[in-house]
Ligand binder design. Structure first.
Ligand code: NAP
Length: 249
């Protein structure tokens, strides 16, 4: 497995970046997807190559089917696909109630977080399923504890998108369990990344840390460690399962 290709959407920053570095350290060939920040993606590739790992950066806005097809085409040229990490995700502005939400915002949320993940999974299944002549593989979907908590008065559209990811993880796992593919989800809690700034509240994770049973925010590395375990053969009997990595939140 470890000489195989791992595609990570949104691998340029945050949890995706940490996962790219952790996967490369275990010997995987890493495809670092990014939406716009080419410099950040190139930095991840350079950090991997410095340690004699193998990685390429590929621009892929998961809101675009064309970009997704190009991402997997680039992955095909790089080696045999062994895993997909559906990590790319967005939040809208925090603190917007549903009665204030534009259709555009909700559609963008679903296009990136839900449709993008399902389309990437489609491309991965076509390549990894034994039904299509593949050698099997693993798909890890990034959900959020927001799927359970609902994120009221914060961003219920985001929470709903992650609820969809949970259902998709369970259903797809059953669908392809007999075809050599495992599917698992991770629900991170409050993790110290740029996503909170993207929601207009850079300090959000730290402000809410006191509500976490472990009384602290999590790090991107703590999520990455769970992801690389799930894609490894050590998790060989895990499918249609969702793991909370949230300090108890
Ligand atoms: P982040 O720090 O904001 O990084 C986002 C990454 O996704 C970047 O690499 C970015 O690429 C990429 N991206 C953004 N929009 C994209 C698009 N349309 N298409 C493709 N890539 C896109 O986010 P993060 O905190 O690491 O979150 C990663 C995942 O974990 C997300 O699914 C998020 O919902 C989930 N999560 C995070 C937390 C948390 O507290 N941080 C908690 C629960 C769940 P560029 O660099 O090109 O912009």
């Amino acid at each position: 497995m470890t000489d195989k290709v791992v595609v990570i959407t949104g691998g340029s920053r945050g949890i995706g970046r940490a996962t790219a570095l952790a996967a490369a350290a275990r010997g995987y060939r890493v495809v670092v997807g990014y939406a716009t920040n080419q410099a950040a993606a190139n930095e991840v590739v350079a950090a991997i190559e410095t340690k004699n790992g193998k990685a390429i950066a590929v621009k892929c806005d998961v809101g675009s089917e064309q970009d997704i097809l190009a991402l997997f085409k680039a992955a095909d040229a790089f080696g045999t696909l062994g895993a997909l990490v559906n990590n790319a995700g967005i939040v809208g502005k925090s603190g917007v109630r549903v009665d204030e939400m534009s259709a555009e915002r909700i559609q963008q949320m679903m296009a990136v977080n839900v449709t993008g993940s399902i389309l990437c999974a489609r491309e991965a299944v076509k390549r990894m399923s034994t039904r299509h002549g593949g050698q099997g593989g693993v798909i890890v979907n990034l959900s959020s504890v927001a799927a359970k908590l609902g994120a009221p008065n914060t961003y219920v559209d985001y929470a709903a998108s992650k609820g969809a990811i949970d259902s998709f993880t369970v259903g797809l796992g059953y669908e392809v369990a007999g075809e050599g593919i495992r599917v698992a989800g991770i629900r991170p809690g409050l993790i110290d990344t740029d996503i909170h700034a993207a929601g207009g509240e850079p300090d959000r994770a730290h402000r809410l840390a006191h509500m976490v049973p472990m009384k602290r925010v999590g790090t991107a590395d703590e999520i990455a460690n769970a992801i690389v375990w799930l894609i490894s053969d050590e998790a060989s009997y895990v499918t249609s399962a969702i793991l909370d990595v949230s300090g108890g939140r």
